[in-house]
Design a protein around this ligand. Structure first.
Ligand SMILES: [Zn+2]
Length: 1008
């Protein structure tokens, strides 16, 4: 073994950590409180944070201020906004307040922030009972800019005076010509049409409303497309006046910035308000005396296969939020019942053969009253009672027999591991804490309470180990003896989509018929006026109001992730010396180019089958429990990507990933070996279930995220790597799964043989790469076990390694039809193939398109929920995509218009700087250590050198107006006839598009 490892500052880092714990614990409240009272101060050891709860004297606004050494600073302002109906007021308001404010009187300050800020998070969320505006950034000046824009937006939005914003974001009548049919348009209107087209979200909504028929959770805060057009501007304005007031606000600060500055900034906004009595309390839903049943329908496709039902049982668990220890106990119970695929409730359902996949969220504890839900989809109508009986029987059995000690141990370890890791992925840790705190704070509880888990956890563990019967009584109380229970059945209706579309048409034609010719002229004029406004950009002078960073605030050199490349025997070894709190993150990459082309679509099923049927050493439940008891998880997935510079080069690996504390690295690697070599692959019943579940997940994706399906179709026509990914995760995969379901029944032996072939192909050490992330001590402790894993691989090259992947799909324009009321439209071409050479300025331009031309045309005036472009710098594919789009051909025209837009664009100095900064912010995005290690691995695989990254960075920083004109030339390829189109839409929309544009020679393909 030869590996050079830099000695890290681990021990120094730990020492520094301890020192900061001391200084945090003794940190005192600021001396100048800027008009706030200090209500409570606490040290939260779980996050090494000193916390203060302040109350603004004048208005009563509450502020949680947490300080620790996290550079990813976060802020949020949350209002309770319980709606009284399903017109979507809170949701439309959430969109609208970000469209200009007193201090920032431009069209969309939010978009300007997306363009030119270093934010690590920037969004807004509407919940059933609250609206939340969170931001985060690692750069102090940037962070305060974001906070300032958000506070001004919520307290002084222009949308309450400007009806046009309401029309644009909410709804309006559109009539481009007096002879045209009247239609509804609006961003939220269309967003919600998309939501209502997905049967899974229909189920979720029906369940919530059935569980809470009498309080605010019984209506849809997002808005029902049928009801949204009933909302008036006056109601909208009143809603803002009532709820967006400091007296109804909960404000949150977190990170390494100064507490006094936070208060000063806040008092600048809050001081001008007086206290107000805001009744925003969330009423409790009274408990049902007996269980209920609700039967509803959803718009289904025409196929026999598509005629499947959903059934879900829902329980209301308490009349208020749980106290911390009950919350933890119920959290454990949830994990024990459903947390892993070996959990008894999940296992019973999955192995029952009664449905395709599990639905229901398990425990929901973010609203005022916690609830629990479980059920299945893809169920035959006659089997609905069987699913219900199985759920109750399984619960009864658990309540009688209890959980095994092994199950409890596995559950405790997996929860403790995730608390230690505190891995919130791309979501800032401070905001994840805020959401947790709000689960009590929003309902008059103590905001500190949900942040502390160490004491209650210790207490709960001692109760469990003293053999107190914790879970069985809880099972009875929460589920079996609980009469507040609703069973929701959702049945297919082939005609429903058509009926609803007709109702909307009739409503609109009746409306038009009721209008006088002057009134019709007026609607036409209003439509034109709104479009004109939407398509007129803010002047450069107006845009200057948005606080911006200077280029000098941006580091000129690219930040490198610590990375050492060495080897471990014949395997290439990458190590990343980063502080990970004693956790080792390991990735072992095994060459998968050895897999024959025709077996590629089977690869995702193979990864899911590993371990799922048990191993030669233990059954599935034992295998799953030992993984959870000893590690933070093990997973297997394929990775396939093109490499820039060589159209035939592909990086393709089967990635074994695992994480564990360093003392468990050995057992983690032993379990990986067992998973790869000893997993059984011959259980027909379980495999069939995996096929159905995967198929059902793919079908939901076509309807809910059609843009990703379209994008994959386009890539499969361009490169072999794209084709391979389409086989494993696109529409080709779905079609394969449909055939596979039959093949499992008819020719199971050949399926098993194929699964074994895949195992043989990826079991070789030849071309393997190992990637380890942790501090040097953790790395040292893990290396020998990693080597043992690699030693267990076949040391010779596999016989089939001569296989070469060659196929790509033929280039055609495709319309993929599903039952839906919205479209997902994609168009693409490969820029490298038409001679474009990668320049960093393309990142700036691509980002700018998504916040200017495509945003304005496809979203703002087109009425789609989203429109953007994607440039894959590895393959050279440039792809336009739209999301929940009312248009199809018009969107294609807008895509084509991009070339002229860029040619005629003159970006002034400030705008250009902003775009450059925003782009750098994206490529420098904040990452937790495991993500850093993985990113560094990706760069290595895709052959991106530090020199190249620096060169790209300099090109980004050097972007000029000429870059835009040059790129317009490159984009000619995407409007040329050779560019390809792929869209997911309804059958009706497809026929219409085909007949209007015969030149595009659309091929229509029915998917569902
Ligand atoms: Zn929205």
């Amino acid at each position: 073994m030869q590996t050079t490892m830099r000695k890290s500052q681990t021990s120094a880092a730990i020492a520094a950590d301890n020192a900061s714990v001391e200084s945090m614990a003794t940190m005192s409240a600021p001396s100048n409180l800027h008009g706030f009272d200090l209500v409570k101060e606490e040290f939260v050891p779980e996050y090494n944070a000193k916390g203060f709860l302040f109350k603004h004297k004048k208005t009563g606004a509450e502020v949680m201020s947490l300080s620790n050494d996290d550079e990813n600073k976060s802020f949020g302002v949350t209002f309770r906004t319980p709606p009284a109906n399903s017109t979507g007021i809170p949701h439309i308001l959430e969109h609208s307040v970000l469209c200009g404010s007193r201090k920032y009187p431009i069209k969309e300050p939010f978009v300007e922030l997306i363009k030119g800020s270093l934010n690590t998070f920037l969004n807004a969320m509407t919940y059933p009972d609250r609206t939340c505006y969170p931001v985060a950034s690692c750069n102090l000046a940037d962070f305060y800019n974001l906070v300032d824009v958000y506070l001004d937006a919520v307290f002084h939005p222009k949308c309450i005076e400007n009806e046009r914003t309401f029309e644009q974001e909410g709804w309006h009548y559109e009539l481009n010509d007096k002879d045209e049919d009247l239609t509804y348009k609006g961003v939220v209107f269309n967003e919600m049409k998309g939501v209502y087209s997905s049967p899974d979200s229909v189920l979720a909504r029906e369940c919530q409303q059935a569980l809470f028929p009498e309080n605010t959770y019984g209506v849809d805060s997002g808005g029902s497309p049928e009801v949204i057009p009933e909302l008036t501007f006056a109601e909208f304005k009143d809603f803002h006046g009532k709820f967006y007031h400091p007296s109804n606000a909960r404000l949150w600060f977190y990170g390494d910035d100064d507490v006094e500055n936070r208060l000063k900034l806040l008092s600048g906004f809050l001081d001008e308000f007086d206290a107000k009595d805001v009744d925003s309390s969330i009423a409790s839903q009274a408990f049902f005396k007996e269980p209920k049943r609700v039967v509803k329908t959803y718009a289904s496709g025409e196929d026999e296969e598509a005629q499947k039902c959903f059934v879900q049982i829902n329980w209301l668990l308490n009349d208020k939020p749980f106290d911390q220890e009950t919350a933890l106990a119920v959290g454990f119970l949830d994990n024990l019942l459903l947390g892993s695929s070996a959990s008894p409730l999940r296992l019973a359902l999955e192995e029952s053969g009664l449905g395709e996949a599990i639905v229901g969220f398990g425990l929901e504890d973010e609203l005022r009253q916690p609830s629990f839900a479980i059920g299945m989809k893809g169920v035959e109508e006659a089997d609905i009672p069987k699913v219900e009986k199985l759920i109750y029987d399984t619960m009864e059995k658990i309540a009688t027999e209890g959980f095994t000690d092994d199950a409890i141990e596995a559950s405790i370890n997996s929860i403790e591991f995730s608390l230690r890791e505190n891995n919130t992925g791309r979501f800032p840790r401070g905001l994840s804490m805020m959401l947790r705190s709000l689960s009590a704070w929003l309902y008059e509880g103590d905001p500190f309470e949900p942040l502390r888990y160490e004491e209650p956890l210790k207490h709960l563990k001692s109760r469990i180990s003293s053999s107190e019967d914790v879970f069985r009584p809880l099972m009875r109380r929460m589920f079996l003896e609980n009469t507040h229970r609703v069973t929701v059945e959702l049945k297919p209706d082939q005609k429903l989509g058509e009926i609803e579309a007709n109702e909307e048409k009739m409503k609109l034609s009746a409306k038009k018929a009721s209008l006088s010719s002057e009134e019709i002229e007026h609607v036409v004029a209003e439509t034109a006026a709104l479009k004109l406004l939407q398509e007129t950009p803010d002047s450069p002078e107006a845009l200057k109001c948005i606080p911006a960073l200077a280029l000098s605030d941006i580091p000129k050199t690219a930040k490198e992730i610590p990375s050492d490349v060495g080897s471990i025997g014949s395997t290439e070894l990458l190590t990343h010396d980063l502080f990970t709190n004693d956790i080792i993150y390991a990735e072992h990459l095994l060459d998968m180019k050895t897999i024959p082309e025709d077996l590629l679509p089977l690869v995702p099923l193979w990864t899911r089958a590993l371990g799922r049927m048990g191993t030669s050493k233990r059954n599935f439940i034992e295998f799953d429990q030992i993984i959870n008891a000893q590690t933070g998880g093990i997973s297997v997935s394929p990775f396939v990507s093109p490499i820039r510079g060589d159209p035939n080069a592909i990086s393709a690996y089967m990635v074994f990933r695992g994480k564990a504390t360093s003392d468990k690295a050995g057992i983690m690697h032993d379990l990986m070996t067992e998973m790869l070599f000893d997993s059984k692959l011959d259980d027909q019943k379980i495999f069939k279930q995996l096929v159905l579940e995967t198929r059902s997940g793919m079908e939901s994706r076509v309807q809910g995220a059609g843009h990703s399906i379209a994008a994959s179709r386009l890539e499969a026509q361009d490169s072999v790597a794209g084709w391979v990914n389409e086989q494993m995760g696109g529409l080709d995969q779905l079609e394969y799964l449909r055939k596979l379901a039959k093949r499992v029944d008819e020719d199971w032996d050949s399926v098993v043989a194929d699964l074994e072939t895949i195992r043989k192909c990826v079991s070789s050490r030849n071309n393997s790469i190992t990637n380890l992330t942790g501090d040097s001590k953790t790395l040292d402790l893990s290396l020998s076990s990693a080597e043992k894993f690699l030693g267990s691989l076949n040391q010779s090259a596999p016989a089939s390694s001569a296989n070469a992947w060659k196929t790509i799909n033929p280039a055609i324009n495709e319309l993929l039809t599903v039952p839906t009321t919205v479209n997902y439209v994609g168009k693409a071409a490969n820029l490298y193939k038409s001679g474009y050479e990668l320049n960093g300025s393309s990142y700036v331009i691509n980002k700018l398109l998504g916040t200017t031309w495509l945003w304005d045309r496809v979203r703002v005036s087109g009425g789609a929920y989203g429109g953007f472009s994607d440039f894959d710098s590895h393959s050279g594919m440039f792809t336009y995509l739209s999301y929940r789009d009312p248009n199809l051909l018009k969107t294609l025209d807008n895509y084509d218009g991009t070339v002229e837009f860029l040619r005629n664009l003159h970006v002034d100095e400030d705008e250009l700087t902003k775009s450059i900064i925003g782009t750098i912010g994206e490529i420098d995005s904040y990452q937790l250590p495991d993500a850093k290690g993985y990113t560094s691995l990706m760069r290595h695989l895709l052959k991106i050198t530090p020199e190249e990254r620096q060169e790209r960075r300099e090109q980004i920083l050097g972007t000029t107006n000429k870059s835009f004109i040059d790129f317009a030339g490159a984009l000619e390829a995407v409007r040329a006839p050779s560019a390809i189109v792929s869209a997911v839409c309804s059958a009706e929309a497809a026929e219409k598009a085909k007949s209007e544009r015969p030149d595009l020679d659309f091929q229509i393909k029915r998917v569902i």
